[in-house]
Design a protein around this ligand. Structure first.
Ligand code: CA
Length: 494
């Protein structure tokens, strides 16, 4: 066949039409792959990894996540390395551990004098995508700015202790569509600053936060009236819902009703909760378990609406969707109220990623760490070469795509007291163990070791029984800390 034959001639024979069709198909595929994928990144606050219906742990109702999981790569051992708000968020945005990104505690007026906030100079994954022509939207909780005086007028900013702050445009790291706040836990009356809102004019809303945010996310995805993003550009949208964070009672009744007539007796199934006992943890669990699970169901419902929109708009195949959380929730396990401890309920988070035709749906026990998310996503999206050298996380993109690749042997655990970067708790989680070592000024060093295989609820500290394991894991921990320039190693044992 002549190479210069006309298209009409080319189509004349049956064989020719097949060739022409497959040629067109491959062109289409090439043009499709030429446009990088969209990203929708959804992360509610304080949703533990156990609170996923399909995992058969908490008796929670999550039909949308169950269905989503069947089409996703589910990382069953994902953790938040520093399981509290701002440190997680900073690791997510910068790909760096807290001692490198300076967010060593929650952002509030007590940590502000120590410069605890996301650094404007850090190059976040969103900065990279911005430079690659993406439209970027951020909806919901941000919590990466230090409050400054005079504090924003709102219920959780008191002269003695302030939490909430506006994020000025120069600190938004490439997000051109903004509808966010620092931290504010009034889920039925949330507040937001839109893209152009001045600091003194936040928007006050009377609607359950996740529902309001899903409404807006749907408009963003549809690009209603062309007002939300550039139509011809890929987009990345973050939806950072506040529930199932406290206060648990701030949840629509329709989600609580789905759990009737069950009581705490049916809903608390973790043996590390003092289910019937007269302790603060037991009381907390009995009082709040139903509302906590109902909140997760509400988040699931709103997430389902977002997924439906992607499908309806024909964007499902071109969009990577991630669902995770900033940390978990003890809710009475080990007599702990919430998070910021090394226990599974606090550290383990959902991590589901869907990319139809590219990432094969399956479960994997990869020991992913929070700073790994940044380089992994950028490489998946085709921007592996744009990952800054300062990023400390590891890309698992090829492992996501092929199931093969280098696997980390452990995950770091961190807690730093405000203003004392060399002190506090450090630890390590492997496929079998969790080690936690606590250094407090003037107190002996404390060692906790849990055998998570033989004791999945971490009821027993076996540090004294297994000194060899403690020694081996401590060496591994020290490797992580040296790599991260963590001054904890230099603190003398009391
Ligand atoms: Ca949080």
């Amino acid at each position: 066949m002549k190479s210069n034959c006309s298209r009409r001639e080319f189509l004349r024979t049956a064989a020719g039409s097949l060739v022409a069709l497959s040629f067109a198909d491959s062109l289409l595929a090439r043009s499709r792959s030429a446009k990088p994928p969209n990203l929708v990144f959804v992360f509610p606050d304080q949703m533990r990894g156990q609170a996923l219906g399909f995992m058969n742990e908490d008796p929670v109702i999550t039909p949308n996540l169950d269905n989503f999981a069947s089409k996703s790569l589910v990382l069953t051992k994902a953790v938040s390395n520093y399981p509290v708000c701002s440190p997680f968020r900073a690791m997510l945005m910068t790909g760096k551990y807290p001692h490198a990104n300076k967010v060593l505690s929650n952002c509030n007026s007590r940590s502000a004098p120590f410069g605890c906030e996301l650094q404007e100079s850090d190059r976040c994954w969103s900065d990279v995508l911005k430079d690659r022509g993406y439209s970027l939207g951020y909806i919901g909780k941000w919590h990466l700015d230090a409050p400054y005086k005079p504090y924003v007028k709102c219920e959780n900013n008191r002269p003695s202790f302030a939490w909430n702050e506006w994020c000025p445009p120069n600190r938004r790291h490439g997000f051109d569509f903004w509808y966010s706040y620092g931290t504010y836990d009034y889920h039925f009356t949330p507040m937001y600053w839109a893209t152009d809102s001045p600091r003194n004019k936040p928007i006050r809303v009377k609607q359950w936060g996740p529902e309001h945010e899903a409404d807006l996310a749907i408009k963003y995805i549809r690009n209603e009236g062309g007002r939300y993003r550039k139509a011809n550009r890929p987009f990345a949208l973050v939806i950072s819902m506040n529930p199932p964070h406290t206060p648990y009672q701030l949840v629509p009744k329709k989600y609580v009703d789905m759990y009737e007539p069950r009581t705490y007796k049916d809903l608390i199934n973790r043996p590390n909760v003092n289910k019937e006992g007269d302790t603060p943890g037991g009381k907390l669990a009995r009082r709040h378990i139903k509302n906590y699970l109902a909140m997760v169901t509400g988040v699931d419902d709103q997430f389902g609406r977002v997924l439906k929109t992607l499908k309806h708009e024909g964007l499902e195949n071109d969009t990577i969707v991630v669902f995770t959380s900033d940390h978990g929730n003890c809710l009475g396990s080990h007599e702990h109220a919430t998070k910021n401890v090394h226990y599974e309920e606090s550290m383990r988070v959902p991590f589901l990623i869907r990319w139809p035709g590219k990432i094969r749906p399956r479960r994997d026990d990869l020991l992913i760490s929070t700073p790994d998310i940044y380089p992994t996503l950028l490489e998946l999206m085709g921007f592996g070469k744009d990952i800054p050298e300062q990023v400390q996380g590891t890309s698992h993109a090829s492992l996501f795509l092929t199931g093969k690749g280098k696997r980390p042997a452990s995950q770091l655990y961190i807690w730093v007291p405000v203003g004392k970067p060399a002190w506090g708790r450090r630890g390590l989680r492997t496929h079998r163990y969790t080690l936690m070592i606590s250094k407090t000024e003037g107190k002996p060093v404390e060692y906790v070791l849990h055998d998570n295989v033989n004791d999945p609820y971490q009821l027993k500290n076996v540090a004294d029984e297994k000194p060899d394991v403690v020694a081996e894991l401590t060496r591994e921990l020290e490797k992580w800390l040296r790599k991260n320039n963590d001054p904890w190693l230099s603190v003398e044992k009391a």
